[in-house]
Design a protein around this ligand. Sequence first.
Ligand code: HEC
Length: 186
Amino acid sequence: MPTVAPARLARLAALLLFAACSSESAPGTADAPAAAPDSPAAEDLDATAADFECVLHWDQVGPYRVTNKLGHDAKSVALSPTGGTFPVGTILQIVPTEAMVKRRVGFDAASNDWEFFALDVSASGTTITTRGTTNVVNRFGGNCLSCHAKAMPQFDLVCGTTHGCDALPVSEQTLVDLQNSDPRCP
Ligand code: HEC
């Protein structure tokens, strides 16, 4: 049986050691740029009344309206049958007086970074009456987050009619009629 000469074995061992060392240092170097994608996380939409407008200006997906104030594609998430996470800057409304706004990554884990809004709307514009994560209720006294949190996790708190939320006490047609009578629309 041929045996490996001790000198050759030593060279081989040295080579292996070198290879191990250099491959160990590689992830260290790669780690530094991996931390960089922190910067887009700082992107946020701290909405003011001026961010809200005639809901009919926005895209319609099923019965609700969707826009993104930071130029991201929220509509394709809304249209996806398998759900997804909405991008920062998304605003969703199903009636003119209630809204969900997607805040910065890390804004609030329990609300999937959504901020809920109750709005007053008139021909002269929008007034924010309540905003927050756990404290906002709809006109029927229902808490936005408690209800929307029942949506299946892949739908990012969007209820629709099939995602597991309790139903609203009004018909979908009534919701659409309310959009069509938004007093802010020209
Ligand atoms: C009783 C449970 C309940 C409460 C409370 C509630 N919602 Fe909803 N919401 C729903 C359901 C169900 C739908 C879907 C209705 C449909 O598609 O016919 C919906 C739809 C929506 C939509 C359109 C996207 C989606 O999830 O389908 C937005 C935006 C929204 N609600 C915001 C709010 C806000 C803001 C509040 C609080 C001011 C609130 N909701 C309170 C159940 C609720």
